[in-house]
Design a protein around this ligand. Structure first.
Ligand SMILES: Cc1ncc(COP(=O)(O)O)c(C=O)c1O
Length: 394
């Protein structure tokens, strides 16, 4: 169990980030946040786009994309030819799921910890095709990695056409052992999509060794790239079967051509990615960033569990955590006092200067804290006090 928080990395405090000072920002997980230097990288690209739109958006973009994909490929351990650029994880997952021709007897397996927008997409596809969505409950508290794996594997049967599993779950911040699930699916010839929206920059990735059919990632969360940088990696055997959610000029010209152009859009985030990955490596180093954030999340988890006197949802060792942790609120009539969980989230923002997501998790509300380089132990201490003082005032 971690007893003390990690030392901050040099030159990492809030003044180096675009976040406004004076707020306690514990929600890196939702949309990321960017250092000032990264904002400047994208600004330069945007200025170039406006100076000469045809050259910048067509010729320069065509020239830049191989380097963008090589940089991402090296970062996630995957073949760059399998990378299709998208704006976000939602777009990537839409591309895959809407490319599959589901039959009425087919089944899709996902968990109840899946991201709501993704589960909505699966419901939509099932509604249109008659396929069945099996939403596998994963019990909380989770005691070890095997809990989730067993629940998912038990839901797979001969009708399963697709397994969609999160690498790190959004509402509950569980780092799932996707390796065992992927291996099992591949042995049975079942396609498996790993939703790694939170994973790049949080976990060390080796997508080739993992070997899923598809791996989806966001770079605007934990890589701190500009908003609008996501990717879909597809195994070679499936590249001619998946099309982007937006069909454009490149239709049937191959995976790369189909994803490279999806209509006029701001692609400055994509173009910034190689410089962002290199800048973060040169400034702090990716393994140091991951190690710091994990250690801080583990420390914050223990601190909040102790401060609020609730049983943890995951082991205090932090073995199921990446750079986020989800917890139950302390005892208190939160749910009768506030209209809904978002009202408490807004109250924390406006009355206490703390930005942190509050989730409605069926049998109670959860708070999910993130740990990024700009966070300090006192941020979590402030959250612990604020939530306790709210509870006492109700
Ligand atoms: C697990 C997971 N999947 C998918 C998404 C969707 O990401 P985006 O909104 O960037 O499409 C998120 C967003 O937080 C997520 O946490």
């Amino acid at each position: 169990m971690p007893l003390s928080p990690p030392d901050p990395l040099p030159n990492s405090d809030l003044s180096h980030w675009m976040l406004s000072p004076g707020q306690v920002y514990l929600n890196h997980g939702s949309f990321g946040a960017r250092p000032r230097a990264i904002h400047a990288i994208q600004d330069d690209i945007r200025v170039g786009n406006e100076a000469s739109p045809i050259d910048a958006l067509v010729d320069q973009m065509i020239e830049a994309l191989p380097a963008v994909k090589s940089s991402i490929g090296a970062f996630i351990g995957a073949d760059p030819d399998g990378i299709g650029m998208v704006q976000n994880a939602s777009e990537a997952i839409n591309s895959v799921v809407r490319s599959i021709e589901f039959e009425p007897d087919d089944e899709i397996v996902a968990t109840t910890h899946g991201y709501n927008a993704v589960l909505q997409l699966l419901r939509y596809v099932c509604h249109r095709t008659g396929a069945l969505l099996r939403e596998v409950p994963v019990e909380l508290p989770a005691h070890d990695a095997g809990d989730t794996v067993d629940s998912v594997l038990q839901a797979i049967n001969e009708r399963t056409r697709l397994v969609l599993i999160d690498h790190v779950t959004s509402p509950t911040a569980l780092h799932i052992d996707v390796t065992s699930i992927v291996q099992h699916c591949r042995q049975r010839g079942i396609d498996v999509l790993v939703d790694g929206a939170h994973a790049p920059g949080m976990l060390e990735l080796d997508v080739a060794a993992l070997g899923p059919t598809w791996y989806v990632g966001n770079l605007h969360k934990w890589v701190c790239a500009p908003i609008g940088a996501g990717f879909l990696w597809t195994d070679e055997s499936h590249r001619d079967r998946v099309h982007p959610a937006i069909i454009s000029h490149g239709y049937l010209d191959g995976y790369a051509a189909e994803f490279d152009w999806q209509g006029t859009r701001d692609m400055s985030a994509w173009r910034a990615v190689p410089a962002v990955i290199d800048w973060m490596e040169a400034r702090w180093g990716w393994s140091a960033i991951r190690a710091h954030n994990h250690a801080l999340a583990c420390w914050a988890h223990v601190h909040l569990v102790e401060a609020w006197g609730r049983d943890p949802l995951t082991p205090l060792s932090g073995e199921l955590l990446g750079s986020m942790a989800a917890l139950r609120l302390p005892e208190g009539p939160f749910e009768t006092h506030f209209d809904d969980h978002l009202a408490l989230q807004r109250h924390l923002r406006h009355e206490h200067g703390i930005e942190v997501p509050v989730m409605d998790w069926g049998d109670g509300w959860l708070i999910r804290v993130s740990a990024q380089l700009y966070n300090r132990p006192e941020d979590y201490v402030a959250l612990a006090h604020a939530v306790k003082s709210i509870a006492e005032s109700l």
